[in-house]
Design a binder for this molecule. Sequence first.
Ligand SMILES: C[S@@+](CC[C@H](N)C(=O)[O-])C[C@H]1O[C@@H](n2cnc3c(N)ncnc32)[C@H](O)[C@@H]1O
Length: 271
Amino acid sequence: MDTLTDEDFTRMYQYIQSHYGIDLHKKKQLIVSRLTNVISLQGYDSFHTYTDDIVNGRRPDLISSMLGKLTTNYTYFMREEQHFDFLKDTILPYLAEKHKGNRSINIWSAGCSSGQEPYSVSIILKEYFDTLGGKWDTRILATDLSTDMLNIAINPTYTSESLSNIPDAWKRKYFTARPDGTWTVSPILRNNVLFRQFNLMDPIHFRKKFDLILCRNVMIYFDAPTKDALVKRFFDATEDKGYLFIGHSEGLSKTNCPYKYITPAIYRKET
Ligand SMILES: C[S@@+](CC[C@H](N)C(=O)[O-])C[C@H]1O[C@@H](n2cnc3c(N)ncnc32)[C@H](O)[C@@H]1O
């Protein structure tokens, strides 16, 4: 395999940034180390030909695996527990009152990876609305760029480490153990999540506005203008008084953020 020239590196990172928001302009070494094997396994003997095929849109089938190598899909159940406590204690009582007429709430897990985030939200929703009584439509939209991750989410098999934050009672209720020690998700949760491929760089045209958008540990890859523009699109897609969750290690620009800051990693639309 020949080396990645500065010119091909520039073409590659500019293509990835403009199409997927992911900023790799300081990551030449990462691109070389993570992609060399993948590229040769796919039959290429030069970065130049591979870069040509990618930036000219000749191999859309290679994009998902390329981005999978260059970013992380790491996630687990009940990650950043503070969000789930806030959802249960503050947001759901508010939404139950707000939507008592149509009994329907609308939540989007944007950048859901292999599904642990939307399934975790589903558990909290099931527990809350089952206690409240009545029939509620709590279906969640969950999207990601990566078809590989979405395939895991749709046919879920998780390790016990991924479930280590789930109490035993919930494991018995919402999961089934497999003989090999992995776990699958009960139909009750699976039927509550609608998985779709969606690139967060695209315009947001979902039918209804959202009461809550979770976009956690996704925007870490984006540069400031890309992030600001996405937050603005989220804002337009949020119900008045709806919420946005981001990862606790992330921040939003104080000057450009249209949401009101509530508490770390939690924002609200107040117009
Ligand atoms: C680290 S995971 C976060 C999973 C989960 N939200 C959490 O906090 O555990 C980041 C996910 O963002 C997705 N992603 C990155 N860029 C994206 C884009 N432009 N559009 C949609 N998803 C994207 C990746 O495919 C990956 O699955």
